[in-house]
Design a protein around this ligand. Structure first.
Ligand code: EPU
Length: 436
């Protein structure tokens, strides 16, 4: 596919209505969960993002018949696992490792490539590998892959050093068909993880989740059946559209935004000065003439999500005084602020915990804290984006800025958002997609 760029002329207030599509980070996991059964599964509310396309390719390689229908429906059935090595797939996302559990159950072995995904930190997979080993898998690191083998997969007691979304999902996808019981302590309880639990339970899995205590118990069963499942609305899309509406001084109804997934975001919005109203069909975001400064500390759910600080940073450039972003989930997720500075934002990034409350990165050399002084008038610029959420921040900055911005690396946006440019244009944005 030819590389594409967005050309954005900023300064237009967004107005109208936009629907939030299904969560890519829940949809891709649901597709992997379908590999646990040979019966047909139907998954509703699947977004048509590139991340879903990559996962479709992965499942098809393994042996699934996948049909994406109209209206975001996907039927997926894997009567037989034809291939247990998905090595041929390049390092394009973080999903293949989740297929290890299902492949071990169906065929006793799995080989997956090293993981790709956004360059936002070191992103190790040691928690996944350690947990799978405890459950009986023998894992070998090869030149370009991990090879796992298990004659029997058994339950285990697992306690994560940090509540990792992916590692919690890995264990869930392995424990549901394991012999005996599994206990996950310090589990991730993100809405996407809970959505996976809903699907697995409907397939016949026995899972009890105490989200407040971050404890998940799984009793292995012998087989799982097909299911009809619905993917939750994408809370990252909801926040992205909200931030775009607010930063441009607009008025946008974000339909289908699930307020129960957005608590920490809405709390920060109150500190900034409001601008949200709940309506029957969703949440309406209305720009304000001035914003107050605030402190954002990212954290696992129910904290303020790490994927939200980038879109919100644009509002912080508009707030009166100094705001702080303290990123405590990924060690290297503030690189995009350099480019924001080129758009005339006043930003300094530090390896200290600027918020006065140290996190696990304290005393290390990671630039994980930022001070943003506002208010600034942003100017258009040429920006090359390198990851989904940072890319979204640059798009929002460009929409709010004076003048023209040219944004390359659009493929990162297409991985996470379906037809973002069309949907922004429908809200009045001046955004064009052009071939490089
Ligand atoms: N971690 C380890 N070892 C592991 C696994 C994780 O040290 O084995 C660390 C990570 O390095 C990171 C922290 O634990 O510092 C949290 O990582 P987590 O495993 O929770 O993240 P993930 O599962 O790889 C998912 C989403 C991310 C989202 C995070 C946090 C998918 C495909 N990705 O990543 O989404 O930011 O959870 O909620 O579900 C995005 O959509 O743009 C995106 C990056």
């Amino acid at each position: 596919m030819a590389a594409e760029r967005f050309v954005i002329r900023g300064g237009r207030a967004l107005a109208g209505e936009v629907s939030v599509f299904g969560s890519k980070n829940a949809a891709t996991k649901a597709m992997i969960a379908s590999l646990l059964t040979d019966e047909p599964c139907t998954i509703a509310n699947i977004p048509r993002s590139q991340e879903v396309a990559i996962t479709t390719e992965l499942c098809e390689r393994i042996g699934s018949n996948v049909a994406h229908g109209l209206d975001h429906f996907c039927s997926i059935e894997t009567p037989e696992v034809r291939v247990t090595s998905v090595l041929g797939l390049s390092r394009r996302n973080r999903i293949p490792i989740l297929a290890i559990g299902p492949l071990l159950h169906r065929r006793g072995e799995a080989e997956v490539p090293f993981l790709g995904g956004d360059p936002i930190g070191h992103r190790p997979i040691d928690f996944h590998l350690e947990a799978l080993s405890r459950m009986g898998a023998k894992i070998e690191r090869r030149a370009d892959s991990y090879y796992a083998k298990a004659a029997r997969v058994r339950g285990a007691e697992i306690s994560f050093p940090f509540p990792s979304v992916g590692a919690t999902e890995s264990v869930l996808l392995t424990a549901v068909l394991a012999e005996g019981d599994t206990l996950i302590e310090n589990a991730a309880v993100e809405p996407e993880v809970l959505n996976l639990i809903v699907m697995l339970t409907a397939m016949g899995a026995l899972i009890s989740c105490d989200a407040d205590r971050r404890r998940i118990e799984i009793r292995g069963v012998v087989r799982l059946s097909g299911v009809r499942h619905r993917v939750i609305p994408d809370r990252n899309e909801a926040v992205s559209f909200a931030a775009a509406a607010l930063a441009t001084g607009g008025d946008v109804l974000v339909r289908d935004a699930d307020i129960s997934h957005l608590g920490a975001f809405l709390d920060v919005l109150q500190e900034l000065g409001g601008g949200v109203r709940q309506e029957q069909e969703g949440l309406r975001f209305i720009g304000a003439p001035a914003w107050r400064n605030t402190v954002i500390r990212t954290a696992p759910h129910p904290g303020f999500m790490t994927d939200w600080q980038q879109p919100l940073s644009i509002l912080l450039t508009k707030a009166e005084g100094a705001s702080i972003i303290h990123e405590t989930v990924y060690e290297d997720r503030l690189g995009y602020l350099k480019d924001l500075a080129r758009m005339d934002a006043r930003v300094t990034v530090s390896d200290e915990c600027l918020e006065n409350s140290p996190c696990r990165f304290a005393g290390r050399t990671f630039n994980h804290s930022a001070r943003i002084e506002g208010p600034s008038r942003l100017k258009g610029a040429e920006i090359a984006i390198t990851d989904i959420r940072a890319g979204m921040a640059h798009i929002i900055a460009a929409l709010a800025a004076e003048g023209e911005s040219v944004i390359s690396g659009v493929e990162h946006i297409d991985r996470g958002y379906e037809r973002l440019d069309d949907r922004l244009r429908a809200l009045g944005a001046d955004i064009q997609r052009i071939a490089e």
